[in-house]
Design a protein around this ligand. Structure first.
Ligand code: GDP
Ligand code: ZN
Length: 443
């Protein structure tokens, strides 16, 4: 194997800032720190103030340095952290000095990748770091933190361990039964596998809460042209995000606004009016609006108070359990507003003067919490995990129906490999460990 390169990167944000943190990882990290400071390595894991100079003796900056010798570091390698002043000139000079010393700029995610390779993190935890950095709301932050702390690792490792044990038992039976092989699965293995399959099934039936939370809940504002969808979005966003016009059909594209509703991430999308478009370009907008309505987690179906008691039939057809019914232009209503439409409560608002918008946001926040809050049990946070879990479940079901012990063992092996893919723990050695530990084969 080629000697491990020593990498470096600016770990904090880019540009003008009070401080900038640089991270170095690899075998040359310690030597580089000695060269930069002209002093011996500081005590491990203690911040020390040092002046940093390049090879020509030119002072780069004065800051704090930290030394994390392997293996007690983020990557498991020798790591150095430099806490310097922010600023492009320092960044440039330091980068030049590090390149001159033979270090290489890190690839995206390379520190976490090295941490994974060193067994410091599994894949769900590495993904959680990315999610934590991207988290925009409280609920997203909490989910990422729980995952980083190993909520999913623990669950999937436990399941995999149970699978490996079943597999080991079964393979021992196959290898060591005298003449005739046992038919299919033994009773104990069958019970254990069926229970595991049920647990995985329950975990899969989480209403996609974790994935929705990661991605943000998607809410589409739907309704006939001119009911005030764009005005409502603008009112909610508190800024002029969409074109507001009194000429029907001018909101042709979809405009999105990201909201933080008491900790829940919500993406609100304005759509073109739902009606039979006269122009081709409008037709495209209507098509997109309908597509958006299909994929939305929630729909705000907007009606015009000024048009009451008439209700647009195309919009009415979209009302279902995923919808909140909004009657806009309450300031113009000449008749009493209905309390319910299609059996659902009506939220009266005026995008014009802001009446009822707080109530609408509260109702939306409540819906978001219904969809995103769970029992606190770990939830699937990525499609990648879901796919692997579905494969696991399928393989388990096949194992339970297998006609011979060999076929069952093969399916259990596949199930275990799929689970191992999620955390990145796919290791034959481990399988052997289980066999040897439990059965003392070939002592
Ligand atoms: P959209 O086609 O559904 O997006 O409707 P717009 O937001 O473009 O609004 C259409 C027209 O209705 C514009 O002239 C708005 O100023 C007006 N409008 C929107 N909301 C209200 C409201 O709450 N009250 C009143 N009086 N007019 C509104
Ligand atoms: Zn509009």
């Amino acid at each position: 194997m080629a000697p491990m390169k020593t990498i470096f990167a600016l770990a904090s944000g880019v540009g003008r800032a009070g401080m900038a943190v640089y991270r170095l990882s690899g075998p040359a990290a310690g030597r580089t720190l000695v060269d930069l400071t002209g002093r011996p390595l500081p005590e491990p894991r203690r911040a020390c103030r040092r002046r940093l100079c390049d090879a020509a003796g030119d002072v780069l900056d004065d800051g704090l340095v930290l030394w994390f010798p392997a293996p007690r570091s983020f990557t498991g390698e020798d790591v150095v952290e430099l806490h310097l002043h922010g600023g492009r000139a320092i960044a440039r000079a330091l980068t030049e000095a590090l390149l001159a010393a033979g270090l290489e700029p890190a690839e995206p995610g390379e520190f976490s990748r090295r941490a994974f390779m060193a067994g410091k993190l599994d894949l769900t935890q590495a993904e959680a770091i990315a999610d934590l950095v991207d988290a925009e709301t409280t609920a997203q932050r909490r989910q990422a933190l729980r995952q980083l702390e190993g909520s999913l690792s623990g669950l999937y490792d436990d399941w995999r361990e149970r699978l490996l044990r079943c597999q080991a038992h079964l393979e021992a039976e196959i290898d060591f039964s005298d003449e005739d092989l046992p038919d299919g699965l033994g009773e104990a293995a069958r019970t254990a596998l069926a229970a595991l399959g049920e647990e995985i099934g329950r975990h899969l039936a989480d209403g996609r809460r974790g994935e929705r939370l990661r991605e943000g809940l998607s809410v589409a504002i739907l309704g006939a042209p001119n009911v005030g969808k764009s005005s409502l979005l603008n009112r909610i966003a508190g800024r002029e995000a969409a074109i507001v016009s009194s000429i029907a059909g001018t909101t042709r594209d979809i405009i999105e606004v990201n909201l933080d509703l008491s900790g829940y991430p919500v993406t609100l999308a304005d759509t073109a009016g739902l009606r039979d478009a006269a122009e081709a370009i409008e037709e495209e907008g209507v098509r997109r609006a309908k597509a958006r309505a299909e994929i939305a987690d929630l729909r705000l179906v907007v009606f015009d108070a000024a048009a009451l008691p008439a209700l647009d039939p195309v919009s009415l057809a979209l009302v279902d359990g995923r919808s909140l019914i909004v009657v806009n232009k309450s300031d113009l209503a000449s008749v009493t507003l209905p309390e319910r439409i299609e059996g659902y409560p009506v939220l009266a608002v005026s995008a014009e003067n802001g009446d009822g918008v707080d109530g609408l946001l509260a109702a939306l926040g409540e819906k978001a919490s219904e969809l995103l809050d769970g029992s606190g049990a770990p939830v699937i946070s990525r499609a990648r995990h879901r796919r692997a879990l579905e494969e696991t479940e399928t393989a388990l079901r096949r194992a339970l129906e297998a006609s011979s012990a060999e076929l069952a063992a093969e399916d259990i092996r596949l199930a275990g490999r799929e689970l191992g893919r999620i955390t990145g723990r796919i290791d034959v050695e481990e399988m052997l460990d289980v066999i040897f530990r439990e059965f003392c084969i070939g002592k």
